[in-house]
Design a protein around this ligand. Structure first.
Ligand code: DC
Length: 227
């Protein structure tokens, strides 16, 4: 038996806002598990794509989501995801996956199936940081800490470009970031904070500052697992 205080931190926000970097560091500092919910949509997209299942074929996509065995290692320093024994972690952030994933994430039945799996993981882990688009509102509206991370789109585009190591020109990166915002916001509301959700605007903040701000929102008695 563990006496560690339970803690669920939900962090939503658009792409390129720094959710993953922030969530990883918060999870490590507070000795939490980490769940990147976007990776579940991405893994399903990779799997369906390999099987030539078109996102427009909503019934087959949903059936696939319901029978595949999604295995997730929620370690913040070695997050991994596999489907039916095939580790897909290294494929998740390929540009061709980013281009198609919204189409699969728009499937409402898929969202219900994955949300159920996310809730089971959250219930099973004692302490966890979960990031996505609808975690604060739909998946874990009762989380201890709920945060919407925002940043000026120009800043997000610059960050995304730096992550890509300058492999794409700014106009293409801008088109991708803004295009994904539009597609993703049809599936979940993450532009304004829901009631009770804290807004953090990271435009002018360093990663360390954002992490410190998130941790400051955690009730003190839940911050340190071993008191
Ligand atoms: O955060 P990300 O870019 O890795 O997310 C991948 C895709 O999944 C993106 O199209 C948004 C979608 N997504 C979602 O609809 N709901 C979530 N909770 C997480 C991600």
């Amino acid at each position: 038996m563990t006496s560690e205080p339970r803690l669920v931190i939900a962090i939503d926000g658009p792409s390129g806002v720094g959710k993953s970097s922030t969530s990883h560091l918060v999870a490590q500092q507070l000795e939490c598990d980490y769940l990147d919910s976007g990776s579940m949509y991405r893994a399903l997209a990779v799997w369906c794509h390999h099987k030539h299942i078109d996102p427009a074929d909503a019934g087959t996509v949903a059936r696939t989501a319901s029978y595949v065995d999604l295995e997730i290692v929620t370690n913040p320093i070695d997050f991994r995801i596999a489907i039916s024994g095939v580790d897909l972690t290294d494929d998740l952030h390929r540009p061709e996956v980013s281009a198609i994933v919204s189409g699969y994430a728009s499937n409402q039945r898929v969202r219900e199936i994955l949300n159920k799996q996310m809730r089971a993981i959250i219930a099973d882990r004692g302490r966890i940081v979960v990031e996505g688009r609808d975690i604060t509102t739909v998946v874990a509206p009762d989380a201890d800490v709920r945060i919407l991370l925002q940043a000026d789109p120009r800043r997000r585009i610059a960050r995304r470009q730096a992550q890509l190591g300058g492999a794409l020109d700014p106009a293409t990166v801008s088109e991708q970031v803004i295009g994904r915002d539009t597609a993703d916001s049809a599936n979940a509301q993450f532009k304004t904070p829901a009631p009770g959700v804290e807004l953090i605007d990271s435009t002018m903040m360093s990663l360390d500052q954002v992490v410190a701000e998130v941790i400051a929102l955690v009730p003190e008695e839940k911050r340190f697992p071993r008191g």
